[in-house]
Design a protein around this ligand. Structure first.
Ligand SMILES: [Zn+2]
Length: 321
């Protein structure tokens, strides 16, 4: 560990030399590399956390650039996991980074198994509840974070404390960034709060399981105490989100004309050859991109379409089975 690099943290009593060593030995998984995840990942990489696992299923779009700090215009169309990894390697070459452009589910959850703490930087409730149930079952610490409009929530969750199901319903009607909008200073301060709590937990400081609400526009900060619910399934040892046997074949991205279609493993080199006959193809490790379709090596495709039928038609046309 280069001492010069972390000089300002080594003199800080909250971190110091011992703390810096702890950070170097820590592994943090970041699920979702959007407005929250890019800021959280950058802060932890710069602070010297030894290993980061970056997980995101999506690609960079122009409308991400106001908030998603790791991406530039040249990254549009690349998978977020890959683009974030490239940028973070330029920022800190001394840490380990693993990037996975995957949809998080039971099959892909082993990527989380060694994480000392998991950061929830997702934008949807189904992945959040999957994380909740996975962490409860595996006795893992994680930090919930969500932001919309000018405010957001952060809560550290521990194996023996209350869980997300104790205060949020899986079918809750929550406003999303796509429909209600979001301010970049709100997402970055919520991510900063989330990263601070992660550092405190990794450094063994006392962190209570409180729900924090922060509105950056109104400068309003509230701290809420959450009680463990007696009838909460996850706290009772049943995990609804882990019991879904079949992954949905089709998933519509919230607030967007974008669909995810799951398929079988694909030979990208073969499909690349076919696509090149009809237009420009962008190829990266484990992903291919052309016009309105991105195909990953695991057979998952992201397709921009006006309807589910159109998305399936495009999948059949360009990917096939
Ligand atoms: Zn619970």
């Amino acid at each position: 560990m280069p001492p010069e690099r972390y000089a300002r943290q080594l003199v800080l009593p909250e971190i110091g030399a011992e703390g810096q060593k702890k950070l170097a030995q820590a592994e943090v998984a970041i699920v979702g590399l959007g407005a929250l995840g890019t800021v959280t990942a950058e802060l932890l990489a710069r602070a010297g956390v030894g290993k980061l696992i970056l997980i995101d299923r999506d690609v960079v779009e122009e409308s991400n650039l106001p908030r998603q700090f790791l991406y530039a215009e040249e990254d549009i169309g690349k998978s977020k996991a890959r683009a974030a990894e490239e940028r973070l390697r330029k920022i800190n070459r001394s840490i380990g980074i693993e990037a996975e452009a995957i949809h998080l589910n039971t099959a892909t959850s082993p990527f989380l198994k060694n994480a000392d703490i998991i950061m929830d930087c997702t934008d949807n409730l189904s992945t959040r509840f999957f994380l909740n149930d996975f962490c409860k079952k595996e006795s893992k610490r994680w930090i919930y974070a969500a932001a919309v409009k000018t405010a957001g929530y952060v809560m550290p969750l521990f194996p023996d404390g209350p869980c997300l199901r104790c205060f949020l319903k899986e079918k809750a009607d929550v406003e999303t960034c796509a429909s209600a909008g979001v301010l970049n200073t709100a997402t970055s301060i919520i991510a900063s709060l989330q990263a601070t709590l992660a550092l405190k937990i990794l450094l063994n400081h006392d962190v209570p399981p409180k729900l924090y609400f922060l509105d950056i526009w109104q400068l309003d900060l509230k701290t809420l105490t959450i009680q463990r619910q007696k009838n909460c399934p996850a706290c009772q040892g049943t995990y609804p989100a882990l019991e879904k046997k079949e992954e949905a074949l089709l998933l519509r991205f919230c607030g967007e004309q974008k669909y995810q279609i799951s398929g079988k493993k694909k030979d990208l080199a073969l499909i690349k050859g076919r696509w090149e006959k009809i237009g420009a193809v962008h190829h990266e490790q484990k992903a291919l991109h052309r016009e309105n379709i991105t195909l990953f090596a695991d057979g998952r495709a992201l397709i921009k379409a006006r309807s589910a039928e159109e998305a399936f038609a495009l999948y059949d046309q360009y990917v096939g089975n």
